[in-house]
Design a protein around this ligand. Structure first.
Ligand SMILES: [Ca+2]
Length: 408
């Protein structure tokens, strides 16, 4: 009854559509068909239909069914769910046609391309097929099965070792050959491929559109990060033999010599990209300006920010090891107090070092005041003797100091 109802409804819609259509309706007589605006004999020599086929006396009138797929997904990420599309069949005469599904069964846990075919056949034997492919792909770097380090290889080296030139031969893949061009990495090495910086590096192997990262460790036999950490206490640790104190024109150091992560059980080597710092450097990675900077180190869900001190070129950094008490300290040893007209105003905050009893504190440009006569672009314009003052509040205690400068 329901089927009959929907058929009646369908007819009503067809009639309505016809009524709305103002174009003249062409009706072709028996034995003819409607082609390019004309009724032509259906048994023309080039007609595909066999005019003598008595089993199909009126092939013109029957149309093959139409398959409509909804929710077609062509790409499925590995291990994500796959839903078959819904298949709807419409036909000029048959109303109860169903989709048959054949072909592959999509397994989202296996990287492959699967072929699925939907087909349907109407009551007069006309068949329609729709075939498409679904690819299960590994778009992340988690396809452990597809690209592997060969079982006899270990990506751990020591300083001074030569980095293997045939590294691609260390890997194997089900996705194709691992070629020399399949490998990219950020391992630091000399021109003759000698490893010279301790650290954790990344080798990326790409085969067949799938990439996978591998960690490369370069160890320094003289450095044992397990001695840096407190057993059972996770976090980011600074090498106790290192100080985050540098001089202007020092090269930025290899942070892997300075930091290690620790999850309470295992050491976590810190990838080179996990050091974020505010150091100003030139193109050669030389430190440009004295003052304070920060470095934020993260690995394995742990993150910590450390203060870096950059002293003027040639300043003995032992000055800082002597400072342990809260206060404002002069850092005058290499500072300039006599200027000439035309000189640019220096950052007087770098003439001081603050300490809160626990750590050094950052002194910002602008914490000082002065009465030097300047042009709009901070150039000294007028000879004279001037006073520079600083006022810093550390743990609610105010520290002040003044000094004089001469402009000639
Ligand atoms: Ca049909």
């Amino acid at each position: 009854m329901k089927k009959l109802l929907s058929f009646v409804l369908l007819m009503a819609i067809v009639i309505t559509l016809s009524a709305c259509n103002t174009a003249p309706t062409v009706k072709c007589g028996a034995g003819t068909r409607y082609i390019d605006g004309k009724c032509v004999a259906s048994n023309l020599p080039n007609d595909n239909e066999d005019p003598n086929d008595n089993e199909d006396p009126d092939p013109v009138q029957n149309q093959a069914p139409t398959i409509t797929l909804q929710g077609v997904v062509y790409v499925v990420n590995l291990n994500e769910s796959f839903t078959m599309p819904t298949c709807q069949v419409t036909d000029d005469t048959d109303t109860d046609l169903e989709c048959q599904v054949s072909g592959d069964t999509v397994d989202p846990s296996t990287v492959a391309t699967y072929t699925i075919t939907f087909s349907t056949t109407d009551s007069e034997g006309l068949t329609t097929e729709k075939t498409y492919t679904v690819s299960v792909v590994d778009q992340g770097n988690v396809n452990a099965g597809s690209i592997r380090l060969k079982s006899d290889k270990v990506l751990v080296f020591n300083l001074g070792d030569s980095f293997p030139m045939n590294l691609h031969e260390w890997f194997e893949s089900d996705l194709g050959d691992v070629m020399p061009g399949s490998i990219t990495h950020n391992v630091l090495m000399s021109a003759d491929h000698v490893l010279f910086e301790r650290g954790s590096y990344t080798v990326t192997v790409s085969v067949g559109g799938v990439s996978k990262d591998f960690q490369v460790l370069v160890n320094d036999p003289d450095i044992n990060p397990s001695e840096w950490v407190t057993e059972g206490v996770p976090g980011i640790y600074l090498n106790p033999n290192k100080e985050l104190v540098f001089n202007v024109n020092d090269y930025m150091p290899n942070w892997a010599d300075y930091f290690i992560g620790y999850d309470g059980t295992n050491l976590l080597e810190i990838p080179v990209g996990n050091y974020l710092h505010t150091l100003l450097m030139d193109a050669d990675n030389k430190l440009l300006s004295e003052g304070f900077a920060e470095i934020t180190v993260s690995v394995g869900g742990y993150q910590e920010t450390f203060i870096i001190v950059i002293l003027g070129e040639g300043i003995d950094r032992s000055i800082l090891t002597e400072i342990t008490e809260q206060g404002l300290y002069q850092n005058f040893d290499t500072k300039q107090f006599t200027f000439n007209v035309g000189d640019v105003l220096p950052d007087f905050s770098s003439y001081y070092i603050g300490h809160d009893g626990d750590d050094f504190i950052v002194l910002y440009p602008g914490m000082t005041t002065h009465d030097i006569v300047l042009s709009a672009d901070n150039v000294m314009t007028t000879p004279g003797t001037y006073t520079v003052s600083i006022e810093v509040t550390i743990n609610h205690q105010v520290y002040t100091d003044t000094f004089t400068v001469t402009v000639n």
